[in-house]
Ligand binder design. Sequence first.
Ligand code: TLP
Length: 336
Amino acid sequence: MIDLRSDTVTKPSEEMRRAMAEAPVGDDVYGEDPTVNRIEEYVADLLGKEAAIYGPSGTMTNQIGVHLGTRRGEEILLHEQSHIFNYEAGAPALLSGVQSRPLPGEGGVIPPDALRAAVGPENDHFAPPSLLCLENTHNAAGGTVYPLDEFAAVAASARELGLGVHLDGARLFNAAVAAGVPAREWCRHADTVSVCSSKGLGAPVGSLLAGDEAAIRRARRVRKAFGGGMRQAGTIAAGSLFAFERNIERLEEDHDNARALAEGLLEAGYEVEAPETNLVLVKADDEDAFIEALAREGVLAGHGKRGYVRFVTHLDVGAEGVERAVEAAARVFAKA
Ligand code: TLP
């Protein structure tokens, strides 16, 4: 099976497993895990932030960010197709007691005007808006890169409106590699940033939330309350550290493979959106039928935004796997 459902499906390499097995560990709830302490410093530095905290998942680090940037009864504003709004099980309401206001925007980009239009004047009828959440790359839009100038512009509007800014950067390094812009350039415009080691970077578990010292100090209590205080977490953090140290630059290969996949699918007759990073969206009248037909030919794909099937390239599928996936999809197209 060629598994292109997500870049979350990668398995740790032998070398990564060795680094995990040999990692020095301690009880991280006491702050005594040297490997966790190391990755927190490493990632804070990479993102140009004062501090970072290690957590089990991107969902948790996003939700800690939401919790830090809001109070119960307030409102967060975010893209209508964002992961936090659609794929985190209603957690902003469940864990932080906030309501979510979805905003429109091409390619996951929220125009400053749309943000300003959504924030009304102060009025006792309205939930006070307090946090803008942005996503880069944007998953549902097809792995699109948030252009830095547009990111800076909407973040500046948020500031003018008195809002904080959280960045869901689960695939921020895909954006950085594709745009040739250091990840920290986007982070300068956000108070908190969540990044994942278990997407294209290939670690089995682990995400981090970065921000200033005071925010991350508060985040330790929130992580505990959300059930994310882990003990000898260095065993997994070593995989994440390996991923951040070794697997960022090679994301370019995944992007090349995504382009090859898109071209091949286009030639086979499909309607394909040109990929900017490692996600390829293919139009499908019946998504389930297409996914099932592909599976019968040995290729696993998943759901994208409505009406699209999503293929995700990653470090466990090389150029040859992509060629085989194209051949399988061509057979499906011929039979349809
Ligand atoms: N995304 C997963 C699914 O949940 C859809 C995937 O396969 O793409 N932010 C973004 C932008 C994400 O794409 C994801 C995972 C997360 C956050 C959550 O990360 P985890 O799965 O670690 O909680």
